[in-house]
Design a protein around this ligand. Structure first.
Ligand code: PLP
Length: 435
């Protein structure tokens, strides 16, 4: 592959034409990516990196998987786009593949990404129930469109509060418990009691949906304690509320299951997905509907749709990605990495480095919660994380950071050896930081 350093300079100069997400204009990231393959990325100078971010936790199958690339190329030559109302074989196959990985769900509504999947799931719940309010967690991210950003609990909601009917509560998070809990059982029980009281105080008959990430991702990778999702299911059933599980980040193998909620054995009414469904090779997302919710849309038309819904390039990439993940045992491999390499390896790092307050996660979905003091659990400040991020990049490790945390979220196809190499780099950088 011809990599030319001059292209790197040119890319950075042209970046002035782009207003980047969530950023002040004019803060070009010097890390420039030219090429990717598997878990590896290269810049224009030919420097090689291990991708421990999966970009925005979406390249589950790794970069440039040949079967997915080939499927997109083949589809582009055959039919590169088609109107959403048309019947199209590859779109049907994509829906069939998705439904084959989840029990008891009836249909798929395709969108362009995760935020509009959330948007449409909320819309479906509102149409289905005839109610407005949506309960979500403060520690959450659900996307950046009207209702999705208001459903989001984190600070990104605050500059965007235009939509109505959004109510938040604290979900369970034992390490930083809002409920003075000392065990997972107490945390689950008390968080459920809190959610129940919020719904009662707001009026149970005003709620269309309870929506939570099956494992909150950007908020810190917070696997729910046993019983919590089941408790939300019961709460939803008691009051005729739709349970939406947002699987945009946690779905499609990230946690070592096809869907993260399968770990908890809970039955959702609606599931949102994007990212890992095709590893982001073509933008796509969607909502998976239960037969009961689909029933509402047998009676009346869904009041929404998108020009690119079920886009053939996206559909072809979904079929190829799910088939490759199935044939190559990629989800099982993610579970193995979590149990045998990443989980034990990160816990071992925590034994050596005082800065690691807690290690949390499953599969290829882990967070290091960094603290100034293990007793007080005071989070390290942003400059510490920025410093570590720079040092990791210098050593050829692409990190995902958020607040006081490093999320260890490589593509699920990473080999045991590359995963160990990543742990070594983390060890070196955390060691140098302490010294
Ligand atoms: N939901 C969750 C759980 C997410 O993590 C994200 C993105 O990170 C979204 C929704 C929004 O997805 P998108 O950025 O594709 O709109």
């Amino acid at each position: 592959h011809d990599l030319d350093p001059a292209d790197g300079d040119r890319a950075r100069a042209l970046d002035a034409h782009i207003l980047h997400s969530w950023s002040k204009h004019g803060t070009t990231n010097p890390f420039t990516v030219a090429r990717g393959e598997g878990v590896r990325l290269w810049d224009h100078d030919g420097r090689e990196y291990l991708d421990f971010s999966s970009q925005l936790v979406n390249t589950n199958i790794g970069h440039s998987h040949p079967k997915v690339v080939e499927a997109i190329q083949r589809q582009a030559a055959e039919l590169a786009t088609v109107a959403p109302a048309t019947t199209n074989l590859v779109r049907g196959e994509a829906a069939e593949r998705i439904l084959s990985k989840i029990d008891d769900m009836a249909a798929v509504f395709f969108t362009n990404g995760g935020a509009d999947a959330v948007e449409n799931a909320i819309r479906m719940a509102r149409v289905h129930t005839g109610r407005t309010k949506v309960l979500t967690h403060y520690r959450s991210y659900h996307g950046n469109t009207g209702a999705a950003i208001n459903a989001t609990g984190d600070h990104r909601r605050l500059g965007n509060e235009f939509a109505t009917g959004h109510v938040h509560c604290f979900g369970p998070f034992l390490y930083r418990s809002e409920f003075w809990a000392e065990t997972e059982e107490q945390e689950a029980e008390r968080a459920l009691q809190h959610a129940r009281r919020v719904i009662e105080a707001e009026g149970p008959s005003t709620f269309a949906a309870i929506m939570v990430e099956a494992v909150p991702g950007t908020a810190g990778i917070l696997p729910p304690p046993p019983g919590y999702l089941q408790g939300l299911r019961e709460l939803a059933d008691r009051h005729g509320i739709v349970l939406i599980l947002d699987e945009v980040m946690a779905g499609f193998g990230r946690t070592g299951h096809w869907f993260a909620h399968q770990h908890d054995g809970v039955r959702p009414d609606l599931v949102t997905f994007a990212k890992g469904v095709n590893s982001g090779y073509v933008p796509v997302g969607g909502v998976i509907l239960s037969d009961e919710i689909l029933g509402t849309f047998r009676e009346r038309a869904i009041p929404g749709g998108l020009t690119y819904a079920g886009h053939p390039l996206a559909a072809a990439s979904i079929v190829a990605a799910i088939d490759a993940m199935t044939d190559e045992g990629i989800v099982e491999h993610a579970a193995h990495l979590g149990e045998d390499i990443l989980g034990p390896g990160l816990r071992e790092l925590a034994e050596r480095h005082e800065i690691i307050g807690e290690v949390r996660g499953r599969g290829c979905f882990w967070a290091l919660d960094l603290v100034t003091d293990r007793a007080t659990r005071e989070p390290v400040d942003a400059s510490v994380v920025a410093g570590l991020k720079g040092k990791l990049l210098e050593r050829g490790y692409v990190p995902f950071t958020a607040d006081n945390r490093i999320h260890v979220v490589p593509p699920l196809v990473i080999s045991d050896d590359d995963a160990r190499r990543g742990l070594e780099i983390l060890d070196e950088v955390l060691g140098a930081h302490a010294a």
